[in-house]
Design a protein around this ligand. Sequence first.
Ligand code: TYM
Length: 325
Amino acid sequence: MKKRIFSGAQPTGELHLGNYLGATKNWVELQNDYDSMFCIVDLHAITVPQDPLVLRRKTLDLARIYLAAGIDPDVSTVFVQSAVPAHAELAWALNCIAKMGELQRMTQFKDKSGGKSESASVGLFTYPVLMAADILLYQTDLVPVGQDQKQHLELTRDIAERFNRDYGETFVVPDPYILKAGAKILSLKDPSKKMSKSDPNENATIFLMDDPDTVMRKVRKAVTDSGTTVEFDENRPAINNLLTIYRMLTGKSEEDCVTEFEGRGYGEFKPALGETVVEFLRPFQERYKQFDDEELKNILKAGAEKARELARTTIDNTYKNLGLR
Ligand code: TYM
């Protein structure tokens, strides 16, 4: 039997190169070797206010992005979280297992609530528990994510281990799958921050739907560190980040990238990087346009049916072990 992977993304804002290089690209590479589940986590999205019409649109658009990136619905199960009620059911049970102190330590909550935890929704606070439910529901072995989700994965493991200890073997304890390259793509304007959907600086993030002129402008305006050589160097995060993007999109080795730009400065590297991103996005955006809404809805419906069936077994087991029903 194949091992299982589960991952997901929120249907808010627009997906960017960080999401692709940190997560989606790995999903595509892993999908044939694992029993793969890729979810559109709309229940996570509503932890902050959303316009219902926009959310519905973005949910379908995210499915389109998964497929355009190379997720094959004949190989992987693609579905929307809210179409499988067991996510919310398991989240409630796990809310009774997770500790306030554990959730208070989550850095993403601190970031997203902007230090104003009093006015953040309770859902935003317990967001990592819903994420644990997503993963544990499918007896997941491996979770391919970017670096920013590592802490949530550790919490998921802790919750699973505690539950198994106190109520009997119920969940597979999952491992994170975080590759070194691409796990944290940085903002193009401030390499002390990760690339993010919600960055107020419009040149900080390259979105997967950006047109060629926009991509070229963003790359041209990307900040650089002191020093003029084009090299991988942990101490020069700006050029390190740009070269990582270049390397991952071209598939070249680190050595080949460095040799290619030896003796040539940013003036030559930046246009080459811009072109590489544009040439990656062109076929991606073409594929994006190919899927119509009806086709997507059918794929999501079939995915949800399969997911519901798998999830039912875990929910029944969990509730039984807790003494419910
Ligand atoms: P989300 O929607 O914020 O991001 C989706 C994926 O993209 C990765 N990512 C990045 N990787 C590299 N560099 C970046 N700058 C960057 N920004 C984002 C994220 O790590 C993620 O893998 N909570 C999750 C969604 C989720 C989930 C799950 C994931 C819900 N349940 C269960 C895995 C398993 C989130 O908000 O991802």
